[in-house]
Ligand binder design. Structure first.
Ligand SMILES: [Fe+2]
Length: 246
């Protein structure tokens, strides 16, 4: 029996071009948890790369089972970003940086991008700049219910992966100022590849692991479930791991 439609949103992060993981997690939510999802939101590192998109969606003719929208992370093709967003608008929707979107009854502020790490991990076009923070601060306090970002604010207890300690403390100081200003009820992020929860003032922060390790369900009444569920990945060449990807 199909459960009643409660406007449930599935949040997931760091797809890294493993597009099949999105449908696998939708199926898990439906068949194992009995939850019917309406919309999928990807918190960056979708893996917007032409060859991967072409193979999956054009050559193999695959489509997502549900509407999927994403903010950009740092692992996207920023040289051809706008062209790819336009060419694949039939399968995935980009939520522009610093835009406010309405999903369910909430107003969501969408902040793609990441703090600079190194030239390979954070190519030109992905870095969160001062003007992005200024744009976010133009929203009046109390006008945003939920923020989604790829990177996270500083000062929420997020620590670096031990292998990334040389990159300094994680997070974006400007995003902490956005949090202080807007005071949203919820703030979701990815990028750091593990679960993280923190209550800070009136804001609950939730960091998500990579897509094949789990996802979040948020229903129309504000009920949130953090779901651990592993999805098998196909083997990729060894150099993927060597450059920090799976
Ligand atoms: Fe990332």
């Amino acid at each position: 029996m199909t459960p009643p439609d409660d406007g449930t949103i599935l949040l997931i992060s760091d797809i890294h071009s493993h597009y099949h993981v999105i449908d696998a997690q939708i199926t898990h939510a439906r068949e194992t948890l009995g939850r019917e999802v309406q919309q999928v939101l990807v918190l960056g590192d979708f893996g917007l790369f032409g060859p991967n998109l072409h193979d999956y969606f054009r050559r193999d003719g695959r489509r997502f089972a549900l509407p999927v929208a994403f903010i950009e992370g740092n692992h996207e093709d920023f040289h051809t970003f706008d062209d790819l967003v336009r060419d694949y608008a039939d399968v995935v929707t980009h939520l522009p940086r610093n835009s406010v979107q309405e999903f369910g009854s909430g107003r969501w502020l969408c902040i793609g991008g990441a703090q600079y790490m190194d030239a390979w991990s954070t190519p030109p076009g992905c870095e969160i700049r001062d003007q992005d923070i200024a744009r976010c601060m133009e929203n009046p306090p109390g006008s945003i219910n939920i923020v989604i970002s790829h990177d996270c604010p500083t000062d929420i207890g997020m620590t670096n992966d031990p292998e990334l300690g040389h990159l300094g403390r994680p997070g974006v100081a400007g995003l902490a100022r956005v949090a202080d200003h807007l005071r949203p009820q919820l703030w979701f992020f990815g990028h750091h590849h593990r679960w993280h929860e923190k209550q800070n003032g009136g804001t609950r922060y939730v960091g998500l692991p990579q897509s094949w390790q789990g996802y979040v369900l948020l229903d129309g009444a504000g009920q949130m479930d953090l779901v651990d569920h592993k999805v098998e990945l196909p083997r990729r060449p060894g150099w993927w791991k060597w450059i920090g990807l799976k």
